[in-house]
Ligand binder design. Sequence first.
Ligand SMILES: Nc1ncnc2c1ncn2[C@@H]1O[C@H](COP(=O)(O)OP(=O)(O)OP(=O)(O)O)[C@@H](O)[C@H]1O
Ligand SMILES: [Mg+2]
Length: 391
Amino acid sequence: MKIKVITPDALHGEAWTAALRTERAFDVALIVRELHTVNVLVNGSRPDLVLVETTAPKDFDALEALAGAHPEIDYVLVGNDLSPEFLMRAMRAGVREVLPAPAAAADVLAALRRQLRKRPGAAAAPVARHGEVLALVSCKGGSGATFVAANLSHLLALGGRRRVALIDMNLQFGDAALFVSSQTPVSNVADVARNIGRLDTELLQSSMNEVAPGLWVLAAPEDPAHAADVSPEDARQIIELAREMFDFVIIDAGRSLSAVTLQALDLADRVYAVLQLTLPFIRDGKRLRDVFRSLDYPSDKIHWIVNRHQKDGQFTVEDLKRTLGIAQAITLPNHYEAVAASVNQGVPVETISPNSSIARSLRDLAESIAPPPAGKARSGWLSGLFNGSPS
Ligand SMILES: Nc1ncnc2c1ncn2[C@@H]1O[C@H](COP(=O)(O)OP(=O)(O)OP(=O)(O)O)[C@@H](O)[C@H]1O
Ligand SMILES: [Mg+2]
């Protein structure tokens, strides 16, 4: 793999190239200059990967232009601006990984080895199973996003007929695992992030609890302080790997937008924003809609769920649609008894009260996402024969 290291800092450049040269698969060239003054593609042959340290906005603009013109090259960035806006921009530009400055040589080596492992072995990249990623986000605390995420995951697993991962990216106060089980998590997102260098299917699988047939949960860290151990790049790697291993990856993104949750929302095929029909929720729903617009999400990526819906409420679903300028909203009924029993016991609502209105509505939602396998629920003549036959 041909690597070009570009940094205005000679000391950084020399330390990194020395570390990188210990890897036999790397062919490293160093350019001690600011990126915007370098023509990356002349001065020698075309690199497979560019490791660039940007210290000024001009360099980042140059990187965006370069990555736009040459998407076939991989980019790893060292920078000191790690704001969600900056990380989103970097991701959009096609940057594979962002390392916080000052980056230790060992971290640079580890990052580039990760990129090396990801390079498709010529054309022999295995076509992995591509599961669907669904992210649930609360417009405001207490909307029911976790309840919906956990129960939808349970229903999509369909008693073991599909493989579903529920990943709790509500890193500070995540409680998704408790909605469907009383098991103690074997590990959590922060533990996996700390071991990201050796992340593979085995590590991820062994970090999850199988809480129901086909339903695997990766819990949020127990200690809110450990949220800081998870970078957006860690989240990306976890979600991308999970998508290869499972039919559905359901992410509880909680209610706070951070670089990590934005990463999750970006990777999601569909985002479900959960709210209720009261003014504070609608107000925050509008804010969230504006965020989605500024992220250029196509409108068919976003789905709105009105939870705890009651027909005699002060606001109607039509009011909400008009206020948010949306065409559709999914409604889930308010059902205090069934939901409280489910949440308090840590048992999915489908198990505890399958005939309740909320269980029925959640089933409809799950079936709209993934229709049940044909023939399974039907009572054709053959199944009738078996079911009805005296033993
Ligand atoms: N359809 C419903 N009917 C009745 N009660 C509900 C319903 N959905 C959720 N609840 C109640 O609302 C509470 C909050 O739900 P949940 O924890 O899922 O919200 P959240 O959006 O994840 O909140 P947070 O932002 O704190 O993570 C639940 O404990 C449950 O008791
Ligand atoms: Mg929650």
